[in-house]
Each structure stands twice: as C-alpha cells, then as structure tokens.
Design a binder for this molecule. Structure first.
Ligand code: PLP
Length: 360
C-alpha cells in the first residue's frame, strides 16, 4: 500500500493506457492526444478558455522553473512566500533567474500572515507574488489564495503558483481566483505516472512569456505555445506517459473534480482524527492543514524514521520528514485511489507500533 505524497499507484486503466504503441509526435493522432490533455487540464485547473497549457516532459520542478524563467526577467521584483522546502526551492529558482526577491518566511506548519504580505507588498510593489499552494514538506496549505490574489491585483502584481501537490486534490480555480500562472505535474493528484508536467498561463501571462529573454530552450514557454498553435510540442514528448495522463484525466472527469476534493478532505480529516486518538498530532495549525498531504508528529519518544521503517515491513509506504524535520514528522499522501479502508489499515498498524489501543 503506497501512501507517500506522490507518486501514486496507478489505476489499472492508466497502466493499460501507457502500454499502447508509440506514435510519432508529428502525426494527427498525436495532435488529438495533445489537445485532449490540454482541454482536460484546462478544465481541471479552472482556467478560462483563453488560458493556455504548456505540456512539458519532465517532473514538477521543470514546470516550476519554466514558469519562473519564462515569466520573470532578471531584475524583476518578486515577493516570495516560503513556508517549507518547496517554497525554498521556488525562491532559489527565482534568485538564480536573477530576480530581485523579497522573501516572507513562516515556520513549519504555518503560512505567512495576510497582514504581513500586505505591508510588504505595499512597500516593495512587486511585479509577482510567488508561492507554493500545498507545501509537501510540512502538510501545510495557503488557505487564502483568493485573498492573496486580490491583494496582488491591488498592487498591480501577478500571482505565480506551484500547485504540484494540490492540483486535483484541493479547491483551486485559476480564473475565478485570478491566478496568473500555475505549475503542476502528473504523478500526484492527477494519478498519472511521473514524468510529465505543465504550466497553465492566463491570457495576460501568454503575452508575457514571449517578452522575457535569455531563457534556456527547454524552459521556454513561448516556444512551447508556438508549437501548441500547430497542435504539437517543440521537443520529443513522453508519448506513453501522455496516454496515461489522458486516461487519468478521464477518470478524474468521471469522479468529478469537486467530488475528488471532497473525498480528499473527508479522508484527511478521518486520518487527522484517528491518529490524534493514538497520540499523534498534526504539524500544521488547524486553519492551514492540507488535505492532500497529512504531516503528523509522533507521540513523545517515537522516531518518525523508525515508524516509517516498521510500516515498510508491513508493506505500507509513507514518508518521513524532509531536512531538519526528517525524524520529527510522518508525511502521508491522500493521493490516488485511496479510500477509508486504506486509512483504517494504516492507523491500525500505527497504533500497534506505538503500543496504543487499536481503533475498532
Ligand atoms: C510542492 C512541490 N513543488 C515541487 C515539487 C517538485 O516536483 P518533482 O519532484 O516532480 O520535480 C514537489 C515534489 O514533491 C512538490 O511537492
């Protein structure tokens, strides 16, 4: 049983889809596959019809860095919100692009305060505000994206979002919430194999990607969108992974995106409640706990790494913390085709490891 925060176990229909024969990426059949994926991703992300999706062959980091290098010019002022490892990587990527980055940090389990964001944004008047939606390293989520985006608009800034761990799992509306660009990938909430990622660009961002200079070809979203007009990708894409992604998106349409958000919320709440009963406590504050990734502090005296190892012996795979949190927290992904019985089985084993009464 795999309950790590991505990648996820594949649905049998997705597994079957990736075993299709390879096709040329300069064929009509390929164009149809590409456009089907682009349309389904636009729907999943809540994009307006003018928004464009640049599909990329590479993991989520490629999407985040393509978004940064294609939209931000060296010297641009950017306000970065950093509340974990992936926020740190986003900030570092902005810095390596040569942006003038001002960072607001929050300790593990918390997110930057709206008041502080407003004060700083007023002062530095950033061109962009950049943030992670669900911070996978701490199970913490920005719960007021809509307000941050409104605030960004007030100061003439645009919102850049890393939705690698949230897409398909947490409420997200690109158009309604005026998000300028969103980077995400295949192997988490969408339930497809790892290896594909994408950047969704608003109508306004589409114009800007062709105005930035000095970006490497593979990160150049302007080039990608030019090929998209011809219903192609600029470079050889991972066609078989695209078959898998197309099927995973069909499954998402069948379940309904709002239903998947509800399922993720329901299962994460079940997990938070059941584990609290056996002595674990959530790392994140109640107001910004993520549903897609649950981060738990073990009862006193128990090492997270030892619990992960003990679960592995039972063929249950979850993750421990990252960096300084390595031994301090457990991270569980509510991603893929998880249901109540997975959560109950996991908690039963966790209870046994820490010697607490089993949950009936
Ligand atoms: C929030 C977030 N951003 C970026 C990444 C990087 O994605 P990848 O490992 O697919 O490159 C991850 C990976 O877990 C993530 O959780």
């Amino acid at each position: 049983m795999i309950l790590v925060p991505g990648p996820v176990e594949l649905h049998p229909r997705v597994l079957k889809a990736i075993s299709e024969q390879v096709i040329s990426h300069r064929s009509e059949k390929f164009s149809e596959l590409l456009m089907e994926i682009v349309n389904d991703l636009s729907w999943a992300i809540g994009a307006e019809s003018e928004a464009k999706i640049a599909l990329l062959t590479g993991s989520g980091t490629l999407a985040v860095e393509s978004m940064v290098y294609s939209l931000v010019n060296p010297g641009d002022s950017v306000l970065a919100l950093e509340f974990g490892e992936f926020g740190k990587r986003l900030r570092e990527s902005l810095e390596s692009r040569g942006a003038n980055v001002f960072t607001i940090k929050a300790p593990p389990g918390r997110t930057p305060e709206a008041g502080e964001i407003e004060t700083i944004a007023k002062k530095i008047k950033p061109k962009y505000i950049a943030t992670v939606h669900v911070e996978t390293s701490t199970g913490t989520m920005i719960n007021n994206l809509k307000d941050i985006s409104k605030l960004a608009e007030e100061f003439g800034a645009k919102l850049l979002l890393d939705a690698v761990s949230s897409l398909g799992l947490e409420e997200l509306y690109m158009n309604k919430w005026s998000i300028n660009a969103i980077a995400s990938c295949s192997q988490k909430g969408l339930g497809a194999p790892p290896g594909l990622s994408f950047v969704a660009l608003s109508e306004e961002a589409v114009k800007r990607v062709c105005e930035t200079t000095g970006k490497p070809s593979y990160l150049d979203l302007c080039k990608n969108l030019k090929f998209l007009e011809k219903r192609e990708t600029p470079f050889t894409p991972a066609v078989n992974l695209m078959y898998g992604l197309a099927e995973a998106l069909k499954l998402l349409r069948e379940e309904g995106i709002e239903e998947r958000w509800r399922r993720t919320k329901r299962l994460s709440e079940l997990l938070y409640n059941m584990t609290e009963d056996i002595g674990f406590s959530p790392l994140a504050e109640e107001t910004n706990r993520a549903h897609a990734v649950v981060a738990l502090v073990p009862p006193n005296g128990f090492s997270a790494t030892e619990i992960v190892k003990a679960l592995r012996k039972k063929e249950i795979y979850i993750a421990s913390g990252m960096g300084d949190l390595k031994d301090r927290i457990l991270r569980i992904g509510i991603m893929g085709y998880v249901n109540e019985s997975h959560i109950e089985k996991l908690v039963k084993e966790m209870a046994e490891i820490v010697g607490r009464k089993k949950i009936e």
